[in-house]
Design a protein around this ligand. Structure first.
Ligand SMILES: Cc1ncc(C[n+]2csc(CCOP(=O)(O)OP(=O)(O)O)c2C)c(N)n1
Ligand SMILES: [Mg+2]
Length: 559
């Protein structure tokens, strides 16, 4: 730390502030617009990861925010760097992830002329962030960075963009550092908990639904102990499966795309739904069909860290403005009068039956069987990262997440997320086995970050489900426009050779039975690795084929 001296540049003050706020990693693509900040990292112990594209860099930072609950940080240059960064910013927005993105800016005496790569970041990112700002006065770096961290991390977390005029960064300044930001755990009040206890005691078919961010392993454990005491079924929302141990006797499954119909029935017939942390957006709510809007049909309790989220879509019978972590701490001590009917056992049996055995699939490689192998063979602290595509349906259905933070994937459904997330997780947790599951389309959206993995010696394993199509869109195409295939077919590179060209390990397999040996070979290589799976494009979901979807759609159209 350079300390309080009047010989620090604003850039040095900025980097010192990051350290004070607890930042250990930053991700960047360099640019001449913020050269002074890059230089300030030279003498800092913050680990810098230089990336190949700002989309990757921002997704890495977002993944750090997701996994740790503390703001992930990235630096990108002005104009094209900033616009390339937008997917990571959008993910942080939709996924309620704390993220602070620093963007280079033209010098203060050139603004408003549309100088080289100049953009107005308040306007460009205004609707995507919790706050977008520019630092004009070097003396205000500590204040604005402090606000950026508080804003990103508290309430409903989200992205903040801070633009840094080039000449501001090089100005020397005598200024006091700001203290570390405070994560504010908003706790429920006694009256709210008493009311909640009454609602639970009166309920015959209650269910808890976990989602959103601001969780912790301890919070998950506390919910689990409370649920077990009263035999309450607990489910998770889309891509939040890691919030509850899949093998806990109260686990009822996840509300994603193509959920267990028995779970959907259970929720529809519940007389009390308790949504903790989530927003119950389009995907988990099954296109807003599960709960009446604005008034859900059953008694609805909504616990959320953002006050503005309560009553936004659903008008709850009992809104509780609290973080899931603070709520769980109080909930554990709540005494509920009388006997609760306790449907946990039946709900968990439904979940186990739904996920136990891979479904039959056309083709040589059964992705369900691969997921079952991974769930049985990965170490308990392994992490799975993925982006978007139909291949992810097999992860949700067959991999059983046991721990908080074990799944790092975008609820926003952004393709190209898995490889950057795996880079970030391996940088953070070098001792843990990190596996990225990707589609062929999905992988190539940020496959260039495989070079970053090789550069930093990050031996994670990418499993590419290569079906030669943008499968999700082809599925929708066959349903809406059967037989009229356009713009969904892909001619792919040799993915195993791709891995080797980058300096990694690559292998391609055609049969499920070859996967364990390939996985072990990849592990033994000690390099970033790609295992390419030859997936039959007909195997479009765990329960149906493209041909069946097309035939059904044609039959309906000809009726
Ligand atoms: C950034 C982005 N672009 C486009 C889409 C729309 N989209 C959703 S899934 C998908 C296809 C995914 O293809 P692939 O990764 O090969 O997986 P598959 O569905 O074939 O298993 C597309 C294009 C998206 N979700 N995100
Ligand atoms: Mg595909």
């Amino acid at each position: 730390m350079r300390g309080k001296a009047n010989n620090r540049t604003a850039a040095e003050v900025l980097v010192d502030q990051l350290r004070i706020h607890g930042v250990e990693h930053v991700f960047c693509v360099p640019g001449e617009s913020y050269l002074a900040a890059i230089d300030a990292f030279h003498d800092s112990d913050i680990a810098v990861t230089v990336c190949r594209q700002e989309g990757g860099a921002t997704m890495m930072a977002e993944a750090v925010g997701k996994a740790t609950g503390r703001p992930g940080v990235c630096f990108v240059t002005r104009g094209p760097g900033a616009t390339n960064a937008s997917p990571g910013i959008h993910i942080a927005r939709q996924d309620s992830t704390p993220l602070v993105v620093f963007v280079g800016q033209v010098a203060r005496d050139m603004t408003e002329r549309e100088a080289f790569q100049e953009l107005d970041y308040r306007a460009v990112f205004g609707s995507m962030t919790k706050w977008a700002t520019e630092i004009d006065d070097p003396a205000r770096v500590p204040e604005i960075v402090s606000r950026a961290f508080h804003t990103a991390a508290n309430g409903r977390p989200g992205p903040v963009v801070v633009s840094l005029p080039e000449d501001m960064l090089t100005e020397r300044i005598a200024v006091d550092d700001a203290p570390p930001f405070t994560a504010i755990e908003t706790a429920p009040g006694a009256a709210e908990m008493a009311k909640f206890g009454e609602l639970l005691a009166a309920a015959r078919t209650p269910i808890l639904i976990l989602g959103g961010s601001r969780w912790s392993q301890e919070a998950s454990n506390r919910i689990a102990r409370f649920a077990q005491k009263y035999a309450l079924p607990v489910c998770t929302t889309f891509r939040r499966l890691h919030l509850f141990d899949a093998l806990h006797p109260c686990y009822a499954g996840d509300l994603g795309i193509g959920p267990n119909p028995k779970l959907v029935e259970r929720i529809k017939s519940a007389d009390l739904a308790v949504l903790i942390g989530g927003r119950m957006g389009e995907l988990p709510s099954q296109s807003y069909t599960l709960f009446g809007i604005p008034r859900p049909q059953m008694t609805f309790v909504h616990v959320h860290p953002g006050a503005e989220e309560l009553g936004r879509v659903y008008s709850p019978h009992l809104p509780i403005n609290a973080t899931p972590t603070a709520f769980a701490a109080v909930l554990e001590h709540l005494k509920v009068a009388g006997e609760l009917p306790g449907q946990a056992e039946a709900a968990h049996a439904d979940y186990l039956a739904w996920t136990e055995t891979p479904t039959e699939q056309p083709g040589g490689v059964n992705l369900g069987a691969i997921m079952v192998w991974l769930r049985d063979n990965l170490p308990a602290d392994a992490m799975l990262c993925n982006g978007a595509g139909n291949y992810a349906a097999w992860i949700h259905r067959f991999f059983r997440f046991r721990r908080f933070g074990q799944h790092v994937a975008p609820t926003s459904g952004s393709m190209g997320y898995g490889v950057p997330a795996a880079v970030a997780m391996k940088r953070l947790y070098p001792g843990r086995q990190i596996v990225c599951i990707a589609g062929d389309g999905d992988f190539l959206m940020n496959g260039q970050e495989f070079a970053t993995a090789v550069q930093y010696g990050l031996p994670f394993i990418v499993v590419i489900a290569d079906n030669g199509i943008y499968g999700t869109i082809r599925m929708h195409q066959e349903r809406e426009y059967p037989g009229r295939v356009i713009a969904t077919e892909l001619r792919n590179p040799d993915f195993a050779a791709y891995a080797r060209a980058f300096g990694g390990f690559g292998i391609s397999i055609e049969r499920t039975a070859d996967f364990p040996a390939a996985f072990k070979e990849a592990q033994a290589s000690g390099k970033p690795a790609i295992i390419r799976l030859a997936i039959d494009p007909e195997a479009i979901t765990p329960v149906t084929t493209l041909a069946k979807i097309r035939a059904k759609s044609l039959a309906e159209k000809n009726r």
